[in-house]
Ligand binder design. Structure first.
Ligand code: FAD
Ligand code: NAP
Length: 338
């Protein structure tokens, strides 16, 4: 059975707290309900937005068509061999709770991804990443409902076209697949990843455990990022731009303090937050919207902002960065409807 409600407020279902309303709304708790949803969409000819925790979305006041909130639960050790554990988790599980539970059960590899808001099912969409680890590094496969073939199937990690904050689900075929579960390959033997920025300095000296990494990441994030339950935001508002060697050389000669990292194949990643800060736009606000005082890359809703206010302020930030550096900032969250 599928219960469909009409004219539902999404304000508390998106971490920007934008006052959006869905024309139709349904909660999906069982994968089989997706078959009913698919039929309903065919008959009613309505567009679909798949919703997780709403932490990477910028919603308009009116969201046309159906919003389906994925609440499929599940946690299962699928197999274990030679210290490697295959863990299957439902798409509607909370991401951070999953990281925490894995750690407590002695399944290692997700610690660097602690405290990222949202659901397990959304993690493959932009191949979430933080502190030197990406979702794809620990993913074995993603289970989807395929709207085109009208069936459930597993896509192996290699088939998901994971890239830097990107995947098949984000830019390849954004409306084709609904993710219902994820399989991780995790380790019984700890192997902490500490190469990122100041992470090594944030853990105790001596033997470093996954618990140390988890705590250091949580501490650093709490210090630097706004808690969406207190201040509306969607994390990084812009992607870190990837530029070629010529642009990188030009920028370095003009701005010797440029913060950048090699991305391989002659490409460089620029820290978007640094670019914005250099334009004097860190901790600046305009009406109900601003950049966060401790991380310029995070845009915050100071209370009562609507999508149009965010679009307007984002354009100001983009213009300033383009004028100073000749670099185009591309938003990271999805704008819905486009
Ligand atoms: P939503 O915002 O609900 O949806 C995001 C996109 O995924 C939408 O296009 C939606 O349609 C699609 N989607 C959601 N669920 C499914 C599904 N089951 N099947 C198919 N499509 C689906 N991101 C990082 O990468 N690294 C970070 O460190 C990070 N830190 C953050 C910190 C803060 C404070 C905040 C607010 C955000 C942060 N983010 C980060 C962004 C965000 O949390 C992630 O992108 C997260 O994975 C989004 O999950 P969600 O469930 O909220 O997705
Ligand atoms: P930060 O540590 O101040 O670093 C700024 C930028 O430099 C980051 O974007 C990061 O790129 C890059 N960087 C730093 N050290 C690096 C290294 N050793 N190798 C390659 N790149 C390096 O960033 P922050 O804002 O506090 O965020 C910390 C981590 O959490 C980052 O990984 C960031 O992506 C993640 N985060 C993501 C979001 C989001 O919404 N997407 C929100 C908050 C935090 P990367 O971003 O590629 O790592």
């Amino acid at each position: 059975m599928l219960e469909i409600a009409r004219d539902v407020s999404l304000q508390h279902l998106n971490t920007f707290f934008l006052p959006a309303r869905a024309e139709y709304f349904a909660c999906i708790e069982q994968p089989e309900q997706l078959l009913l949803l698919s039929e309903w969409l065919d008959v009613e000819q309505q567009p679909l937005l798949v919703l997780g925790g709403g932490s990477n979305l910028v919603l308009a006041d009116r969201v046309p068509g159906m919003v389906a909130k994925i609440e499929i639960k599940g946690w299962q050790l699928a197999s274990e061999y030679a210290g490697r554990v295959r863990l299957r988790v439902g798409a509607g599980e909370n991401w951070h709770a999953t990281v925490e539970r894995a750690l407590h059960e002695g399944l290692y590899g997700l610690e660097n991804l602690a405290l990222i808001p949202g659901t397990v099912g959304a993690a493959p969409v932009q191949n979430i990443g933080a502190y030197g680890v990406e979702f794809k590094d620990r993913a074995h496969a993603v289970q989807v409902y395929d709207h085109v073939e009208r069936c459930f199937k597993w896509l192996l990690s290699d088939e998901c076209r994971f890239g830097y904050r990107d995947s098949l689900f984000k830019t390849g075929m954004p409306n084709r697949y609904i993710i219902t579960a994820v399989e991780f390959d995790l380790d019984r033997e700890p192997n902490p990843v500490l190469d990122y920025g100041g992470l090594r300095q944030a853990v105790p000296t001596g033997e470093v455990t996954p618990q140390h990494v988890f705590e250091a990441v949580c501490r650093t994030r709490r210090d630097k990022l706004p808690d969406p339950s207190e201040l509306g935001n969607v994390g990084s508002f812009f992607q870190n731009p990837i530029v070629g060697i010529e642009t990188h050389q030009r920028l370095l000669s003009e701005f010797p303090n440029l913060v950048s990292f090699p991305e391989g194949q002659g490409q460089w990643k620029l820290a978007a937050g640094w670019l914005i800060e250099q334009c004097g736009l860190k901790g600046v606000c305009e009406g109900q919207v601003g950049t966060y005082a401790r991380q310029a890359l995070v845009m915050v809703n100071l209370g009562g902002a609507r999508r149009k206010d965010i679009v307007c302020f984002a354009a100001r930030v983009q213009q300033a960065v383009r004028d100073k550096f000749g670099v185009v900032l591309v938003p990271e969250p999805r704008f819905y409807p486009d």
